[in-house]
Design a binder for this molecule. Structure first.
Ligand SMILES: [Zn+2]
Length: 232
């Protein structure tokens, strides 16, 4: 059960709750691509929901979640080492989320040798979709697919009605796109790839950048200098 709660990234957890969160959740051994909203008042209910998930949930899956969306035919552009040219299909009904997602793509294009453009056709590499309750169970607000698992179609699902601030949408988008670019969860509480979203600044740290550099060309000169993930 610890591993399950560890595999869930929780938004808007205050810094002073970090210790509690750390105690209740061991560092993830396996990447999970969904993000969970956690409000103080709702925390006991959210925790209950987490603990009642099947124990095997995080460990035994090898196939991605499915959905009734067209596949992105150029999704394997995400695997390229040389400069990527990513078509992004933005299919959410939430215009604020669409805006924050574009900002998150812009962030990544400053970190990696990557250009992106909007592509409303099936030639996309990434598609932002409105997640259904079957994909986003309970309070999960966002979830990306695993690039390595079966049925990878290039989809990132968000709950378009999740009560997220603009900054939470942005940070969640950066996190989920980070998974698409090959990052797993980072045990450092300061990393944007930490499975919880704590209040305060978030960075790509040396571990994140080293992993990225093994997979893509970076625009930044050094992997040892943390990169702040700022809204704008
Ligand atoms: Zn994650």
């Amino acid at each position: 059960m610890l591993r399950i709660s560890a595999a869930i990234r929780i938004a808007a957890l205050p810094r002073n709750a970090r210790k509690t969160a750390a105690l209740s959740s061991a560092p993830p051994k396996q990447m999970a691509r969904f993000r969970f909203i956690w409000r103080r008042a709702a925390a006991p209910f959210a925790l209950l929901a987490v603990l009642t998930l099947p124990v095997s949930f995080a460990d035994q899956r090898t196939a991605n979640w499915a959905g009734d969306f067209p596949p992105c035919h150029r999704r394997f552009e995400l695997f390229k080492r040389e400069p990527m040219n990513l078509g992004v299909k933005i299919s959410t009904s939430n215009p604020m989320l669409a805006r924050e997602f574009r900002q998150a793509m812009d962030f990544w294009s400053r970190v990696l040798e990557m250009n992106w453009h909007e592509d409303d056709s099936d030639s996309c590499a990434v598609q932002l979709v409105d997640g259904t309750p079957a994909i986003l169970k309970t309070s999960i607000v966002a979830r990306s697919q695993f690039t390595e698992w079966d049925n990878f179609q290039g989809w990132i699902a968000f709950n378009p009605r999740a009560p997220l601030s603009n900054n939470e949408m942005y940070l969640t988008a950066v996190h989920e796109i980070g998974h698409m670019l090959g990052l797993k969860h980072n045990p450092s509480t300061h990393s944007v790839m930490y499975y919880l979203d704590l209040e305060g600044s978030e960075v790509l740290d040396q571990a994140d950048l080293t992993t990225l550099a093994g997979r893509h060309k970076l625009r930044v000169a050094s992997v040892t200098e943390p990169i702040a993930v700022r809204q704008r």
